[in-house]
Ligand binder design. Structure first.
Ligand code: THU
Length: 135
């Protein structure tokens, strides 16, 4: 899959942003990811009265990836309430790394960035495997 339809991905992110449950921060977020089989999966942030329990939009998107058949992310767009691109928080970068890898593209105001740029020298499954092979 070589071409990413960024406008379609942003539109899907804006649509799901309107379903966010963000009564505490009042900062709704929507995320839409293109999967390597052409599927688009989405997620919105879901907050909680226990503030620290918040689920980011990207968490929901990753859950939908697996719930609808798995695969690998090729690209993702994440938007705020104005539809402007948002870069994922640190925890979500780790989730995206596991499910998309270094070449996954992430929308930004400066154009697509790779996960390798967003999470350089990442910890990943290879680190677990390296230890497993020693024992
Ligand atoms: N949030 C996301 O959903 N994704 C991000 O990448 C950044 C932050 C949410 C969490 C919280 O509900 C709100 O934005 C304010 O931090």
């Amino acid at each position: 899959m070589s071409k990413v339809d960024w406008p379609a991905l942003r539109k899907a992110a804006v649509e799901v942003m309107h379903r966010a449950y963000a009564p505490y921060s009042k900062f709704p977020v929507g995320a839409a990811g293109l999967v390597d089989d052409g599927r688009v999966v989405v997620g919105c942030n879901v907050e909680n009265a226990a503030y620290g329990v918040v689920l980011c939009a990207e968490c929901g998107m990753v859950s939908q990836l697996h719930a609808t058949g798995g695969g690998r992310f090729v690209a993702m767009a994440c938007v705020d309430a104005d539809g402007h691109p948002l870069l994922p928080c640190g925890r979500c970068r780790q989730l995206l790394w596991e499910n998309g890898g270094p070449k996954m593209l992430v929308d930004s105001k400066d154009g697509p960035l790779t996960m390798a740029e967003l999470l350089p020298r990442a910890f990943g499954v290879e680190d677990l495997e390296a230890i497993a092979h020693e024992h």
